[in-house]
Design a protein around this ligand. Structure first.
Ligand code: ATP
Length: 377
């Protein structure tokens, strides 16, 4: 069966003065998917979301929701709902009153409203919470009421603008999982904007990485992480060590890179590889091996000293500095070994296999006009 498209954006552009806040963006979201737009502050996420919701109109391009062109349709007539970081719940009303609000405006009868409220509270795991006042709820429960209030109106697409931004870290971690489960359960299409890559990675079916008004790559979380298509995506999604190198030449099927410290590495030849050019090498912390044994497949090795031991349970890392430089690289500590002998000042060897490297010709991430004068917020 062909999947249905709930949202189709084609060539959307929005300019403020000389700045293209959203610059020729196209994407589609299939029905029932969790789609995130991930990018740094000021990249244009909110402007794009506001165009979908109808609060801004694109200077160019089209926005279709369930096959209907949204041009000229005001926000309150669009089949979308928007949730902000500040949930905008009505504090003087109880949970029921908050959820009933939109249904009353639609002119539904009392009995129908009561039935719908009961159903939606059950779906967001808040059965029996109807009479509670908003101030009696936890942060996570308030989030779920805000979502219930939107979902009860059965939008084609639920738009979420950094809804977890105001929560403390622990609750945010919890809500990531809750939101993902909730979306899968209700099956409504979610379009979620965030600057937090972990939120996007954990929850989404697909993520568009946005930079300077443009989508750099739209992909599954796994592909964005393992096969970034641009240096910006490599640097923005997940932790990465960037290491500028010179393309020293070829050796058989391999390209040889030389670091500014004079270390030689072999990698599969990146696209547009030419000797003498500059190459940006990216190595994930977990792609490097501390103290590789002689038999481990690490053609690439370098000597370093440990600058700091960053204990963080399962996410523990070591900050290492290659010999002859002041470059700092993060190397992950594998879970199944203890590293009592690694401490600041230790001399160690670090190894990595050529296949784990991601390389780009230097300059492939240079900003394009007119993004140069974009203000970061
Ligand atoms: P944040 O995560 O900080 O909210 P964002 O990615 O959502 O950022 P936008 O709010 O869409 O980014 O802003 C994109 C760019 O457009 C910014 O440079 C911003 O200053 C500019 N901009 C947004 N709205 C307006 C406006 N109404 N008038 C002029 N410039 C605007």
């Amino acid at each position: 069966m062909k999947s249905k498209t709930d949202l189709a954006v084609e060539g959307a552009t929005k300019r403020f003065g000389g700045l293209a806040a959203v610059d020729d963006v196209s994407f589609r979201v299939e029905s029932g998917k969790f789609f995130s737009i991930l990018g740094p502050s000021g990249c244009g996420k909110t402007t794009l979301l506001r165009m979908i919701a109808g609060f801004e109109s694109p200077d160019e391009g089209t926005i279709e929701i369930r096959g209907q062109d949204m041009a000229g349709i005001p926000p309150n007539r669009r089949p979308v709902n928007l949730i902000f970081q500040h949930l905008a719940l009505f504090p003087m009303m109880n949970v029921e009153g908050n959820i009933a609000f939109g249904l009353k405006r639609r002119g539904l009868g009392k009995k129908e409203i009561r039935r719908k409220i009961g159903e939606i509270l059950e779906r967001v795991d808040l059965a029996g919470f109807g009479p509670k006042r908003i101030h009696q709820l936890s942060g996570g429960q308030k989030q779920r009421v805000a979502i219930a209030r939107c979902l009860v109106l059965e939008p084609a697409v639920l738009l979420l603008d950094e809804p977890l931004g105001a929560l403390d870290l622990k609750l945010r971690e919890q809500m990531k999982v809750e939101l993902k489960k909730l979306q899968a359960k209700v099956g409504t299409t979610f379009v979620y904007i965030t600057h937090d890559q972990s939120e996007a990675l954990v929850m989404s079916d697909h993520i568009a990485v946005m930079n300077r008004g443009r989508f750099e790559q739209t992909d599954t979380p796994e592909n964005l992480y393992h096969s970034p298509k641009t240096p910006f995506v490599a640097g923005f999604v997940g932790d990465n060590n960037a290491w500028p190198c010179e393309a020293a030449g070829r050796d058989g099927d391999d390209a040889v890179l030389e670091t500014p410290e004079g270390i030689h590495f072999r990698v599969p030849p990146p696209e547009h590889f030419s000797s003498g050019g500059l190459v940006e090498l990216f190595l994930r912390p977990e792609a490097m091996i501390l103290q590789p044994g002689p038999d481990e497949e690490c053609i690439n090795r370098f000597d370093a000293h440990v600058k700091a031991f960053l204990f963080d349970g399962a996410a523990s890392r070591v900050l290492v500095v290659p010999e002859g430089s002041d470059r700092e690289l993060l190397v992950a500590l594998p879970q199944n070994r203890r590293y009592d002998h690694i401490e600041p000042g230790s001399e160690i060897q670090v190894g990595w296999h050529p296949e784990v490297a991601v390389c780009f010709p230097k300059g492939s991430d240079d900003p394009e006009e007119p993004g140069e004068d974009r203000e970061e917020q």
